[in-house]
Design a protein around this ligand. Structure first.
Ligand code: ADP
Length: 341
């Protein structure tokens, strides 16, 4: 089958969000051409769709074209009648072109499950149909490649880093920049400028939201990142331990300093359900994060139990299953609502 026909077949699997079958049958796609260099051009009419739906449709169309024509083959021109929402000015953009919202996931210290939370929130949002990216900015111990089962290094096309595609996300990690086992030693300003550059030079395409797994702690690197990227909101992860809560308080204060809205606190490793007898114990205390959230005026977003399945799925690169799927969905929905996704 000719490439043009194969692309048309792939597009016939993309549903029209307004109903009426697929985007070929409903007439949203027109002017499909394959250029001599292999690029695939098409016009996508987004009339009647709100911005989020239009962007999701654009992303789905791009994915369908690239799947058969090769990465980056799609050249999509969006059109809409005057008066349609998508023809208006672009939606409130984040600091990165093409990305609507940035959500930072932070913690006052390492080991509280910040990366586990970032990955599972990103997966939960992607399952809601958002185009989601995940940046693992943890320079001290990038764990996102393991959590998502990504192997190898990030490819460079032109001067743009290519994110890996995994579990419905576009992901980029510091762990994809170096050889495994090699420590990167970056200090202060070097680390923060490299991290900001990584976000800006990555080929994210069009994203509804980029979840940023911040480096743990509240030092200069974190402060500069927050200042330069200006996330639309920040989530602070804490265990119920007092010590971690003191650190969480610092993280909340840091975002306050640079004018980033704290969306709320997530209490991770909250209670332990014994896999043998089902009894729930509280090795790190109980309810600490909720009380702390109230004390500092940050919303409490929810708790995630300490669960053997979360632990083993993390090691196996299989996020978003079992207890994780249940615990993170309501939190992800709330974040989507509060950031106006
Ligand atoms: P951080 O990013 O804060 O350093 P990680 O997300 O890497 O923390 O988590 C640290 C360890 O704790 C990992 O081994 C992870 O699998 C485990 N972990 C995190 N959250 C949970 C949870 N809710 N239940 C069980 N294990 C968890």
């Amino acid at each position: 089958m000719a490439l043009q026909d194969r692309v048309a077949t792939a597009l016939a699997e993309v549903a029209d969000p307004a109903g009426g079958g697929d985007v070929m049958a409903s007439g949203r796609v027109s002017g499909l051409v394959v250029k001599p260099d292999g690029a695939v051009g098409l016009v996508l009419a987004v009339d009647g769709l709100d911005r989020a739906a239009a962007e999701r449709l654009q992303a789905a169309t791009e994915v369908a074209v690239n799947r058969v024509a090769g990465p980056k083959a799609a050249r999509i021109i969006l059109t809409a009648d005057r008066g349609s929402v998508a023809a208006d000015a672009r939606p409130a953009q984040s600091t990165i072109p093409g990305i609507r919202k940035l959500i930072a996931v932070a913690s006052g210290k390492g080991g509280v499950g910040k990366s586990t939370v970032s990955v599972n929130l990103a997966v939960a949002l992607a399952r809601q149909g958002y185009a989601v990216g995940l940046l693992d900015a943890d320079i001290y111990g990038p764990s996102v490649p393991t959590l998502l089962g990504i192997e190898g290094r990030a490819a460079l096309e032109g001067n743009r880093l290519q994110p890996a595609l995994a579990h419905g996300l576009k992901a980029l990690s510091m762990g994809m920049m170096t050889d495994p086992g090699k420590a990167i030693i970056w200090r202060g300003p070097m680390a923060s400028s490299a991290l900001v550059q990584m976000v800006e030079q990555c080929d994210w395409g069009v994203l509804d939201v980029l979840v940023i797994d911040m480096p743990p702690g509240t030092g200069d690197v974190q402060l500069t990142m927050a200042q330069k990227l200006k996330p639309d909101g920040a989530v602070v992860v804490s265990t119920p331990q007092d010590l971690a809560l003191i650190d969480a308080r610092r993280a909340v204060a840091m975002f306050g300093e640079v004018g980033v809205k704290v969306l709320g606190l997530i209490e991770n490793m909250s209670g332990y359900a014994c896999p043998e007898c089902g009894a729930v114990s509280h090795p790190f205390g109980q309810g600490g994060a909720e009380a702390e959230a109230a004390a500092i005026g940050a919303p409490f977003l929810g708790r995630v139990p300490l669960d053997m399945g979360i632990r083993s799925d993390s090691d196996a690169g299989q996020p978003g299953r079992g207890v994780a799927a249940e615990a993170f969905l309501p939190i992800a929905l709330r974040l989507a609502r509060e950031t106006g996704l």
